[in-house]
Design a protein around this ligand. Sequence first.
Ligand code: HEC
Ligand code: HEC
Length: 256
Amino acid sequence: MAKPITLLLALFLMGGLYAVFSPADRSAADGNVNSQIVQGKELFQVSCATCHGLGAEGTSAAPSLVGVGAAAVDFQVGTGRMPMAKPGAQGPRGKTEFTPAEISALAAYVASLGAGPGIPTSQQVSTNNLTAEEIARGGELFRTNCSACHNYEGDGGALPNGKYAPSLGQTTASHIYEAVRTGPYAMPVFSSGTLTDQDVREIIGYLQTLHSTPNNGGFSLGGIGPVSEGLWGWIVGIGGLVMVATWLARKGARAR
Ligand code: HEC
Ligand code: HEC
């Protein structure tokens, strides 16, 4: 009898927590956006305007940001590429100089200048419920569209004229999405007509499986992927289950 009651209590608790943490109402959100844009504009004029121009209209040193969208700013500033230290060269990945709130403000300001790709929601880049088939499809999409520059396992590689495609090992899911949609520097833009949001999610899922199985030295199983790893999983996993089953059966027999 105790179990159903605890279950009910847990459900009530979840409902209550949801009510407390669910998003605030719209009008409050709109007010936030306006003050964000004002704050973003101030930050922009201090840190970005020397190259991109006072109204982000572009100068001979840097392109216009009208219409690049919040996604481009979140990517460029969030990965520490902007503000650029040395104009002309490829902006390297680095530590960002801004807090997440400041990045949102800069992004809101640039987005207010012209429509462009937005920052993805957490659902758009969530890989939690991807099936194994979808992740395998992500691998295929990656090999078709990305590996020419980023290498088969996303390790990156050199491009002509001293440019390079970086390794994707430390990139967050949102930054991957944003890079795909905004095409930073020498990377092409992949619009939703070329790669749907679902396609991008599958690519992110594939990249995460590559990096969630780090090679910490030791026995690498030849690194040829699912075949040998699956085989070992099979032998060790099923072998273990058989041993446990035999042990249980013997114990049961003795007890009788
Ligand atoms: C020293 C000059 C310089 C400064 C300062 C600078 N940028 Fe840039 N920015 C560039 C150049 C050059 C490019 C184009 C080359 C590239 O994308 O790497 C660029 C590209 C960008 C892009 C990509 C545009 C696109 O088409 O996708 C964004 C977004 C951006 N900058 C935002 C910012 C923001 C926000 C700041 C301030 C925090 C900033 N930049 C500061 C020089 C600069
Ligand atoms: C033509 C070559 C090329 C192709 C194809 C390409 N990229 Fe890129 N990618 C680049 C370059 C160059 C950069 C570096 C941009 C910079 O320095 O601003 C980059 C940067 C990135 C980054 C940012 C990495 C980081 O952590 O800073 C991600 C993520 C990314 N690419 C993902 C992809 C995905 C996913 C695809 C396939 C859908 C793809 N790229 C296809 C050239 C390419």
